[in-house]
Design a protein around this ligand. Structure first.
Ligand code: GTQ
Ligand code: FE2
Length: 368
């Protein structure tokens, strides 16, 4: 008799659950395990783009896309197959490759999204950021902070190619996508060459206030490469090898509020220990050869390839080359740090991944 009462109560409860849903009320008791999971349910997988493919399509876009006829940019976004709805390379960052041919200007505009450029091929073109011409050398890092006017001009005789990374997927999540086109193709050069990158340097005029959060807009590869070279013999990190973070020279910390940039060096034969963290990362391979193991799956890489690591994915890198392998890395860790969401975990005892189950096993998070 008691069981019959219980049975009828279950039927009533089912009915209640269904009615609640129709009222746009989700019963927490029935959906708790989708609401709060023991481990993050990451909604997308790693992906790797080959440089040959990127270059092939950049060349074709070079023949067909005309910047003078309304194309805002000649770039394509490297979109993860599971993130098409936000055009994301990861859930927070969109990476692209861009080509500007001799004589062209990619017109001036601004957006709330922060951007970075990492120069891949060519030199002598400029990005003008907020009236300051920043001339590009291969592998330089150039920042375009939120809401700064920028246009890209190529007054040289060779094409220029770079990697862009913007935080527009994060901006979309926050419902803050804003964009303005400048009335002219070019924003006037209102600051002298080297204004923030050289003259301003580390000794600053006392009468100026620094409203701009990012005073130094160019990071020369010659300097970064020298630092990597100098630190080659250091122990580094068992998880990351030699990993340098590009910093805001005045405030320290990441180069942008949403994106951190790194130069990473793996020594010949180096095989990093697997770990995982809550932030996502995009790795652009500069030189060397090797592979990375991401949740048990192997991704071979060569110079020019770009791959990404979703949040909470185990990853380890292996340099199979006789010389150094170097990456340029972009991460959304600043967002996680800001909201106290950064967590990191080391893989088992000194282990490298053999095969990681697709479903995560509960483990204690490091730290409190
Ligand atoms: O070069 O300003 O790939 O605004 C996407 C949005 C490049 C750029 C992109 C942009 C740019
Ligand atoms: Fe832009």
């Amino acid at each position: 008799m008691a069981s019959r009462t219980e049975a009828s109560r279950d039927v009533e409860l089912e009915r209640l659950n269904a009615e609640l849903l129709k009222q746009n009320l989700t019963p927490t008791w029935a959906y708790y395990t989708s609401l709060i999971t023991p481990q993050p349910k990451v909604s997308y997988a790693p992906y790797l783009w080959k440089w040959e493919v990127l270059l092939h399509y950049l060349r074709r876009a070079g023949e067909l896309v005309d910047l003078e006829r309304g194309a805002e940019r000649r770039s394509f976004e490297l979109v993860n197959p599971a993130l098409r709805h936000i055009m994301g390379t990861t859930h927070t960052i969109g990476a692209a490759v861009q080509l500007v041919k001799p004589g062209e200007v990619a017109p001036a505009h601004r957006h709330l999204a922060n951007a970075i450029r990492f120069i891949v091929k060519g030199r002598g073109s400029y990005t003008a950021v907020q009236g300051e011409p920043l001339y590009m050398e291969e592998r330089d890092l150039i920042l375009t902070p939120s809401w700064t006017w920028h246009d890209h001009g190529n007054e040289t005789t060779e094409p220029i190619i770079w990697v862009d990374a913007l935080d527009y997927p994060f901006n979309q999540l926050m419902q803050v996508s804003f964009f303005n086109a400048y009335p002219e193709a070019r924003h006037p050069f209102t600051k002298p060459l080297g204004y923030t990158a050289n003259w301003m340097g580390f000794a600053r005029p006392t009468w100026e206030t620094y409203a701009e959060p990012v005073p130094l807009a160019t990071y020369r590869w010659t300097e970064t490469a020298r630092a990597l070279q100098y630190l080659q013999g250091s122990e580094g990190s068992p998880f990351d090898g030699i990993l340098l973070e590009y910093v805001n020279p005045f405030r320290q910390g990441p180069v942008l509020p949403t994106m951190a940039c790194y130069a990473q060096l793996l020594r010949p034969g180096e095989h990093t220990r697997a770990h995982r963290h809550t932030s996502s990362a995009i790795c652009f391979v500069l030189d060397g050869a090797g592979y990375s193991v991401l949740n048990g799956e192997r991704f071979n890489w060569a110079p020019g390839d770009l791959f990404m690591i979703p949040p909470w994915y185990w990853h380890e890198h292996v340099n199979t080359a006789a010389e150094e392998s170097r990456f340029f890395v972009i991460s959304d860790k600043p967002i996680y740090d800001t909201f106290n969401l950064s967590r990191e975990e080391a893989y088992a005892e000194n282990g490298h991944q053999q095969r990681v189950e697709k479903t995560f096993t509960p483990m204690l998070l490091s730290g409190a």
